[in-house]
Every structure is written in structure tokens, then in C-alpha cells.
Design a protein around this ligand. Structure first.
Ligand SMILES: N[C@@H](CCC(=O)N[C@@H](CS)C(=O)NCC(=O)O)C(=O)O
Length: 308
């Protein structure tokens, strides 16, 4: 079976990985076996320069591949090259590094990691200590928000730093082949609801939190609060109608859309104390699916990460 016949969805990643392996194998036959790390980096960089992700693999004439080429690629850039690891050293540099807090955006990443079973190491980003504004954190996410990740085994076996919870969910779904349907239409619908959360649910519910529980709570003028309460209730109505007759946002399949949406619903009626404000009892379908979500063991674990 040729690598690009396996699965359209992952073909570009697999082709890229295969191409790296094969180009490295070709290179490795030419270079002396006692190489310095610098030498390896130079030869790998050269190998990678040879083709793009969509280029079909060029096989060496005898079809041989290097035994552990991806491990060699992984050493091109090491985790200590990322300043964030100076503030939060990696005890397990082979594992995905998660920088987070147990907020509705933070737990999207930890729930996904728990659901997929990928080995990871979590680092607490304390808002009390303003860790998110430290130069080390900003070096990974200039937008000073959690969650952020650093995967030592990213595309091509190289480390990948990533922020924005939606991008992290898509990345982890593609990396593991979990929670993002393979069927093209279902895949786009999953992304559609993920964007609905990122662009609507998160920002609107977050404003309700500000005006109902935090800094805006004491404002006499309740019009800003009510504006966000009304918009949040409208969004809950959209969800409720959609969930009628569905187990999850995508029907029978549990996906990254659920992992993005339900931590926010939980937060709105729990931590933000807006259950009565949005008259949540109307949204029986949302309540039903929220209950199913919260019953999942991986969700229960992910909601507590990082602990404390
Ligand atoms: N669009 C971003 C939003 C992330 C976000 O707002 N994170 C909040 C916690 S839920 C944060 O880090 N706030 C810290 C700050 O604003 O300084 C994402 O989905 O990752």
C-alpha cells in the first residue's frame, strides 16, 4: 500500500513524515556514521529542504529507510531551545508539554489529552503571579492566554509550539486520529461547531462572567450585562434546538466540538453563577448533553488539571 492511499485526511502528514524518512535514509548513506549533532542538523535541514508536504514521496532506488529517522529529526530543535521551558522545565522532555489552568479554555486541552491518552506533562500558569505575562510564556504565546502546548514530536518529528485552544484541539485530533470525523462533511460540521464556540459561546459567556461575577458586577447600569446574558441565552437556544434527537453535537459521534462547548456551558451556570439569569431550565437538551459530558471519566480528570 502506498502511503498516500491510506487515508485522505492524514495523507499530507504521512507523506511528509515518509518523505523525511526516505530523504534522511538517502542522506544517511552518504554521511559518516560518527556525526556531531550540528552535522546531523545540517544534513536533516538539507533533507527537509527537498520537497513540500504535498509532494509524493521520492523513494531511494533500493527502497531502504533509516531505522530511527524520526528520532533524529526530533533532535533538530530541542525543548531547551524554547524559552518557556526555562521557566517551566520539562521533567519528561519526550512528552507533550501543556501550559494551562483549569479554566473553560484551559480544560479543553486537558480533557482532549485525557480523552486521547497521549502522554503529557502539565505546567501551571498562575494568573495570580501574572505568569501569562512573563517573557517566557510570551515567547510561546504572544497573546498571553492559556492554554498553550509544546509538542516535542510535532509534524516531521520536530517540536511544535501552539496556542489557541481551537487550534490545539484540531492539532491533537489530527495527531491521534480521534474526535474529528473522517467523513469530509462531518469533519467540516465539527469545525463549524468548534468555530461557533470559539467565536460565539466563549466570548459571550466570558462577558457574562465579567459583568455578573467579576469586575463588572458592581456597575449600576445593567445594560452591558443584559446584552451578554441575552446573547448567551440566544446561543444556548441554538444549541438546544440542534441537540434535539442528538447524543452529541455531531449526532452519535463525540467530537472536539463537544470538548470545546460543554466546559463553557458548565462554567456559565456554575462558576459564573448565571443559571437563573439565562433561565437555563429552558434548555433541557443542553442540560442532558452536559450531564453526559460530565459523566465521562476523561472529562472528570481533565477538569481538574492542573490541580490546585
Ligand atoms: N481564544 C483563546 C482564549 C484563551 C483565554 O481567554 N484564556 C484565558 C483563560 S480562560 C486567559 O488565559 N486569560 C489570561 C489573561 O487574559 O491574561 C483560546 O481559546 O485559547
Amino acid at each position: 500500500m502506498r502511503i498516500y492511499e491510506i487515508d485522505n485526511r492524514y495523507a499530507h502528514i504521512l507523506i511528509y513524515r515518509k518523505e523525511c524518512e526516505q530523504q534522511l535514509a538517502t542522506r544517511n548513506r552518504r554521511v559518516p556514521t560518527t556525526k556531531t549533532r550540528e552535522g546531523v542538523q545540517r544534513s536533516v535541514r538539507g533533507a527537509l529542504a527537498g520537497g513540500g508536504a504535498n509532494t509524493p514521496a521520492r523513494r531511494p532506488p533500493d527502497g531502504r529507510v533509516a531505522q530511527r529517522p524520526l528520532a533524529i529529526i526530533g533532535r533538530m530543535t530541542a525543548l531547551p531551545d524554547f524559552p518557556i521551558t526555562h521557566k517551566w522545565p520539562a521533567l519528561h522532555p519526550d512528552r507533550l508539554q501543556l501550559y494551562s489552568l483549569a479554566t473553560p479554555n484551559g480544560v479543553k486541552a486537558s480533557i482532549m489529552l485525557e480523552e486521547t491518552g497521549l502522554p503529557y506533562e502539565v505546567h501551571r500558569v498562575s494568573f495570580d503571579a501574572k505568569d501569562q505575562l512573563s517573557p517566557e510564556f510570551l515567547s510561546l504565546n504572544p497573546n498571553n492566554k492559556i492554554p498553550a502546548i509544546l509538542d516535542p514530536n510535532g509534524p516531521g518529528g520536530q517540536p511544535l509550539a501552539l496556542f489557541e485552544s481551537g487550534a490545539i484541539l484540531i492539532y491533537l485530533a489530527e495527531k491521534t486520529g480521534r474526535f474529528l470525523p473522517q467523513d469530509p462533511a462531518a469533519r467540516y460540521h465539527t469545525l463549524q461547531w468548534l468555530m461557533f464556540q470559539m467565536g460565539g459561546v466563549g466570548p459571550m459567556f466570558g462577558q457574562v462572567g465579567f459583568f455578573n461575577k467579576f469586575g463588572g458586577k458592581d456597575f449600576e447600569d445593567k445594560r452591558p450585562r443584559d446584552r451578554y446574558v441575552n446573547e448567551s441565552a440566544r446561543l444556548l437556544g441554538v444549541l438546544d434546538r440542534h441537540l434535539q434527537g442528538h447524543d452529541w453535537m455531531l449526532g452519535r459521534d463525540y467530537t472536539i466540538a463537544d470538548i470545546a462547548i460543554f466546559p463553557w456551558v458548565r462554567n456559565l451556570i456554575g462558576f459564573y453563577e448565571a443559571r437563573e439569569l439565562v433561565r437555563f431550565e429552558r434548555f433541557t437538551q443542553v442540560q442532558r448533553v452536559l450531564d453526559a459530558f460530565l459523566a465521562r471519566p476523561a472529562v472528570q480528570r481533565g477538569l481538574l488539571i492542573p490541580a490546585g
